[in-house]
Ligand binder design. Structure first.
Ligand SMILES: [Zn+2]
Length: 261
């Protein structure tokens, strides 16, 4: 895990504080989301209208438009497709006067590792000192990206266990399959979050707490988190030493299957 959890200020209920322009925008490292939310919480100011994750095709469109507008040459203001931290789930663009004022007065005139933001595990890399050519008051990244990572290494920067929130390409069926693989679910793979699916989610909850030090409060949160990257969860759960005993103890869940139909 490269984006280290619980090392800086975090707010787990980030949904309360962050509102993205695009629904896919929240596909960011969850630790990064929590850090941003902690910042918003401490200023008691919601971050609304923000941009986060940007798919590569979108970067390509921006890049092409920039080339077109500048007679075939890049202006330097738009990241080359494949290199933007937005594509790698590790950048967010703030919006609005409140944050602009804070950024201009407290962050922009300091180098990336001398900003008050650092206490939140965040940096404003394109500040007036480090990047005077095209400074961006709105663009924040996790502090782990401050060390200057080669453009071609950025794609591999996030580890599989740097959970990216909000990837909704995985369905309830896939969650059920994942839970079945580790023995927490014995119902049908039917894509319906019935009692057995919810039971699996609540069984997995204390395990997740233990492994990750997280604090999911509801089965819904667990399901959402699990759907975000099932392969990660499966691999992680395989490493729990007592899972076999645990699984044996809950084998009887199968008896409840009729309830689900
Ligand atoms: Zn940006």
């Amino acid at each position: 895990m490269k984006i280290i959890p619980n090392k800086y200020k975090e707010e787990p209920y980030w949904h309360k504080w962050l509102y993205f322009v695009y629904s896919h925008g929240n596909q960011l490292s969850v630790v990064f989301l929590r850090r941003l939310a902690a910042l918003a919480r401490d200023y008691n100011q919601i971050m609304s209208g923000i941009y986060g994750y940007r798919p590569k095709e979108e970067s390509q469109r921006l890049w092409d438009a920039d080339l077109k507008a500048n007679g075939g040459k890049p202006s330097g203001r738009v990241a080359e497709p494949g290199t933007s931290w937005h594509e790698h789930h590790l950048a967010v663009d703030l919006s609005g006067e409140f944050w602009k004022n804070i950024s201009m007065s407290q962050w922009m005139n300091k180098t990336r590792l001398k900003q008050p933001l650092n206490a939140y595990g965040l940096i404003l890399p394109l500040n007036n000192i480090d990047y005077p050519r095209y400074p961006e008051w709105w663009h924040l990244q996790p502090i782990e990206t401050a060390i200057g990572i080669d453009k071609d290494k950025r794609r591999d920067f996030l580890d599989v266990d740097d959970l990216v929130y909000g990837m909704n390409s995985v369905s309830v069926s896939q969650f059920q399959t994942a839970m079945k693989t580790i023995g927490l679910y014995t119902g049908a793979i039917d894509g319906r979050p019935g009692p057995l699916t919810r039971a699996a989610a609540s069984k997995i909850m204390p395990l997740l707490h233990q492994i990750l030090g997280t604090d999911y409060q509801t089965a819904k949160e667990i399901i959402e988190a699990s759907q975000a990257s099932p392969q990660f969860w499966i691999e992680r759960l395989k490493t729990i030493s007592y899972l076999e005993d645990y699984t044996m103890n809950i084998v009887n869940i199968g008896n409840c299957e009729t309830l689900e139909k």
